[in-house]
Ligand binder design. Structure first.
Ligand SMILES: Nc1ncnc2c1ncn2[C@@H]1O[C@H](COP(=O)(O)OP(=O)(O)O)[C@@H](O)[C@H]1O
Ligand SMILES: CC(=O)N[C@@H](CCC(=O)OP(=O)(O)O)C(=O)O
Length: 306
């Protein structure tokens, strides 16, 4: 063995020995990873993501992937000449749009992720809220206060839903199997309609129902940034709320942080927003002393020690 390869082998062994105690901490526990549409970069990055998920399963963790695909839906709508608009980070979804949303999310993107994980020697299975009656949604009721009249107005977002029932039967079954669930955020309503659900909200509902140990959000920024663009390592729930109120957190980061707040309040031990464009950010967050991105913790909870 050359000196260079010997030193590389020592480096690998050292990294593994550092990671092992963290791996043991997650053994048999559920980790929900939300894979955002903006985090899905090139083939190289997507393969690194699939390797991380495969490695989690091989380490005895129960990984569940919930994915988005906002930019990809946008691309398809544009090709089809359908105009799309966002309000408060959510896509206004009419009947034609919800058909495209289901086609892109539960169809092409879902199967692409499944295939990438399977190429790593694992058994991924592609699902959406409809499968196994996993998630039922209701039309999202969103209101805003008109600043001039101070009157509360209902904002109609069409077929945008919020998860109201999560049945964990299928996911519990899969946790005891070799399968890795990959879930698209589309769900039926008891009214027979199909609803488009923000993928962050959907991931939060799944993590809450499964009492997950960790919920990770993979996005295209290093975490929550302050007004000067600097990464914030940790935020308490109260601090996160204040950053939404003063406009530091805006756009698609709003549903993400709101979901983080709800998830920690529902007992998910730790919720972290990390940069999905940094290769192996999932492993870095879970299995190293440094962690990555922004962790949202309950008010009064101790600061990050791992
Ligand atoms: N304070 C903030 N810190 C970081 N990103 C922010 C902040 N406020 C708004 N954003 C925006 O939120 C985006 C991430 O949300 P989104 O586009 O919905 O990602 P994803 O597709 O991963 O869910 C970032 O790319 C950034 O433009
Ligand atoms: C209601 C709503 O906005 N739904 C989202 C669902 C996909 C999503 O959330 O994807 P990202 O995680 O990539 O943003 C949409 O239609 O874009």
């Amino acid at each position: 063995m050359s000196e260079a390869s010997k030193s590389e082998a020592y480096d690998q062994a050292r990294l593994l020995s550092e990671a092992l105690p963290y791996m043991q901490r997650y053994e048999g526990r559920t980790v929900v990873v939300k894979y955002g549409g903006h985090a899905m970069g090139d083939q190289h990055l997507a393969t690194a993501f699939a390797r991380d998920i495969a490695l989690l399963k091989q380490s005895g963790v129960n990984p569940i992937v919930v994915h988005g695909g906002g930019p990809q839906i946008g691309g398809m709508l544009e090709k089809m000449g359908i105009v799309s608009e966002f309000k408060g980070g959510l896509r206004v979804t009419d009947r034609k749009t919800v058909e495209v949303v289901e086609m892109v999310l539960a169809g092409s993107i879902n199967k692409e992720i499944v295939a990438l994980i399977n190429a790593q020697g694992e058994w991924a299975i592609g699902l959406c809220g409809k499968d196994g009656n996993m998630v039922f949604a209701e039309k999202l009721k969103r209101t805003v206060v008109d600043p001039d009249s101070n009157i509360e107005k209902v904002v109609d977002l069409g077929f945008v839903g919020e998860p109201v029932e999560v049945d964990r039967t299928l996911l519990d079954l899969l946790a005891r199997s070799e399968m890795i669930p990959v879930i698209a955020p589309v769900a039926p309503g008891r009214d027979g309609e199909t609803y488009n659900i923000n993928a962050d909200t959907f991931a939060g509902a799944i993590a809450g129902a499964l009492e997950a140990k960790r919920l990770l959000f993979l996005t295209d920024v290093s975490g929550v940034l302050d007004k000067s663009g600097k990464l914030i390592d940790e935020l308490t729930v109260a601090e996160a709320r204040a950053l939404i109120a003063d406009g530091t957190i805006s756009g698609g980061m709003i549903p993400k942080v709101e979901t983080c707040i709800e998830a920690v309040e529902r007992g998910v031990e730790s919720v972290v927003i990390v940069d999905g464009k940094a290769p192996h950010s999932v492993l870095l967050e879970l299995f190293t002393v440094h962690g990555a991105g922004t962790r949202i913790r309950p008010d009064g909870a101790p600061e990050r020690t791992t």
